[in-house]
Design a protein around this ligand. Structure first.
Ligand SMILES: Cc1cc2nc3c(=O)[nH]c(=O)nc-3n(C[C@H](O)[C@H](O)[C@H](O)COP(=O)(O)OP(=O)(O)OC[C@H]3O[C@@H](n4cnc5c(N)ncnc54)[C@H](O)[C@@H]3O)c2cc1C
Length: 563
């Protein structure tokens, strides 16, 4: 594995100037950094918080065409997204895997899968869905993943807790599933291996122009407060929901972005018996929702509502949680309740604005706007289409420059893909339990080997961070040494993902994680306490939706290390 340069080395490299500076370390910025570096540009990427801390850690984690866009007529979007899905199955097979979805259709449904149907046509809904799924199969051109009609017995086997009264028909179709944050890290690691410099906690605060061109970008290192001037030739604004603000800093207004909030609830596995994902086929606001198995839990989402408040930390409200639980309970026998929820998260979609159109029907397609000043803004789109968005963005840079540099990312496998067999062999000879081995392989691919190397050096790092979950202490050390983790929040939310899987388990692990990080990053006891308080504030905000939990969460005192 290529060694990761230190954060200071990366900052020093940026100070020397780059051809392309990417603003934003979500999936889009990561994709652009990789694409531009692969075309031979000297590339820097700056992220104002942690990598993937924006929308790229708050998705449903589907790598999908989007069946609901078919009835909306966004056929090109579905076709392109399915093409990207198929590519990602090849480029990162350990991270992007096929997942089956059960689609139940009930008699009397008024808008199954978001299709408004007059009463006369409702008996034909199954035919309409079949035609849509057949088109889906055609676009994906993958004979392994064709949809099929399910018998009532098959439905009962796949999702024993699904209501079958009034069930008119049911189908099984396939899409992809990933971990949005790990995908972002895999793309960032590939970009670094291709020569890009990536720095988190580095915020773009200003642009310097001469003769109408952007010549340098002001970046504040948020860990030290120091300001850095980065000489640039081109700037790519991949700041997601903040893209309009970044463009305004440069004195430009290339796009108007509307924001829509989407909430997810994470449920205990025993809350619903389901061995495949389930489509909640109809919501009161004319959409569909998903119940998706993910890392031993179930993720239920999402809502879709216009949002105007704080972009940095969108809250989950009691109304959001009720909406999701109520809708799921219409289709499940089990009676989901607040006690089944182990974690929650909210994200904001960046939707390129069109006046008078609801956010639920705005296209998830992306927009690239290139300016003669050297600023190229990319926004909209989906996790699934990040590679294509990056290609279109760097194509725009190449066009502005008037040169020919072909895109190379269609065949470039992502970090962690090469060497999987060797990683599997090493893991099978390791002292780790089978669930830990499987977890490391599915999370890091062949980068599980350096994690395992840490366990060999310090056997206590094989310890689980939380009982019943496969995460090992070595992952925290790995996140600090290889992926620039800087805070306890980074490690619990954005690296191990414990806080979005099971908040209570993350609370119990927090003191140990703080001690592991203290040893890596040289924290004083006062810094450990500050980090834990910062984490507690985050978690208390998460728990704000829960009846009776508005006072926040309690953590154990961070005394001594267990490792
Ligand atoms: C609820 C929900 C569910 C979704 N589900 C799916 C799904 O299942 N499948 C799918 O394909 N897509 C899904 N999406 C869409 C997908 O998550 C987003 O399109 C994608 O993550 C956007 O990535 P991004 O990199 O453009 O933005 P972000 O991930 O938000 O990254 C932008 C980054 O820019 C940084 N930034 C901002 N200002 C500055 C600055 N001044 N200096 C430096 N950095 C800055 C931010 O901190 C942020 O990290 C979903 C979205 C939501 C909200």
């Amino acid at each position: 594995m290529v060694p990761t340069p230190s954060r200071q080395e990366a900052l020093d490299a940026l100070a020397g100037g780059v051809d392309v500076l990417v603003v934003g370390g979500g999936i889009t910025g990561a994709g652009v950094a990789l694409d531009a570096a692969a075309r031979g540009y000297r590339v820097g990427l700056v992220e104002r918080r942690d990598f993937a801390s924006g929308t790229s850690s708050r998705s449903t984690r589907l790598v999908h065409g989007g069946i609901r866009y078919l009835p909306q007529g966004h056929v090109g979007l579905v076709r392109d997204a399915l093409r990207e899905r198929q590519l990602l199955f090849r480029l990162a097979p350990y991270l992007v895997r096929p997942l089956g979805f059960v689609v139940p259709l009930y008699r009397g449904a008024r808008r199954p899968l978001g299709m408004p149907l007059p009463a006369l046509l409702r008996p034909l809904a199954p035919l309409g869905v079949r035609l849509g799924l057949a088109a889906y199969d055609r676009f994906s051109r993958d004979p392994r993943l064709r949809h099929r009609v399910l018998s009532p017995q098959e439905v009962a086997q796949l999702v024993p807790d699904l209501r079958t009264e009034s069930l008119q028909a049911a189908f099984l179709y396939w899409d992809g599933q990933t971990d949005d944050v790990r995908l972002t890290h895999a793309v960032l690691a590939t970009a670094r291996a291709t020569g890009a410099w990536t720095v988190n906690y580095a915020e773009v605060v200003g642009f310097e122009r001469s003769a109408g061109r952007i010549r340098a970008v002001g970046v504040v290192d948020r860990l030290t407060g120091r300001t850095l001037e980065v000489p640039v030739r081109w700037v790519v604004n991949a700041a997601g929901i903040w893209a309009e603000r970044v463009a305004n800093l440069a004195g430009e207004a290339p796009v108007r972005i509307r924001h829509s909030k989407g909430v997810h609830l994470v449920l205990r596995p025993e809350a619903v018996r389901a061995s495949s994902a389930v489509v909640i086929p109809e919501t009161d606001d004319g959409r569909l929702a998903f119940l998706v198995p993910w890392r031993g839990r179930l993720v239920l989402g999402t809502t879709d509502e216009p949002y105007e408040a704080d972009l940095d930390e969108p809250p989950v409200t009691p109304e959001d949680a009720c909406y999701l639980l109520d809708h799921a309970n219409r289709y499940l026998r089990t009676g989901l309740r607040a006690e089944h929820v182990t974690a929650v998260y909210a994200g904001i979609r960046p939707l390129v604005s069109r006046p008078g159109v609801s956010t639920a029907v705005l296209s998830r397609d992306h927009v690239v706007v290139a300016s003669e000043s050297g600023l190229v803004t990319v926004t909209g789109g989906k996790l699934t289409t990040y590679r294509r968005m990056a290609q279109d963005t760097v194509d725009a840079v190449v066009r502005l420059e008037g040169v020919r540099r072909a895109c190379r990312t269609e065949t470039a496998v992502l970090a962690g893909t090469e060497g999987m067999e060797e990683a599997e062999r090493q893991l099978s000879n390791s002292p780790l339990d089978p669930d830990q081995r499987q977890h490391l392989l599915a999370t890091y691919g062949s980068a599980a080997m350096p994690v395992l190397g840490l366990v060999h050096q310090r056997p206590e790092l094989a310890e689980r961070l939380a009982p019943g979950l496969p995460h090992v202490a070595a992952e925290v050390v790995y996140a600090c040494r290889w992926e620039y983790a800087q805070t306890v929040v980074d490690c619990l939310y954005l690296r191990t993902r414990l806080a979005v899987l099971d908040g209570a388990a993350a609370d119990a692990a927090a003191p140990q994680v703080a001690q592991l990080m203290a040893r890596e990053l040289g924290w004083t006891p006062a810094e450990v306490a500050r980090q834990l308080e910062q984490y507690r504030v985050h978690r208390s905000r998460d728990e704000g939706w829960r009846p009776g939990r508005r006072e926040g969460v309690e953590l154990q005192a961070a005394t001594g290390s267990r490792t």
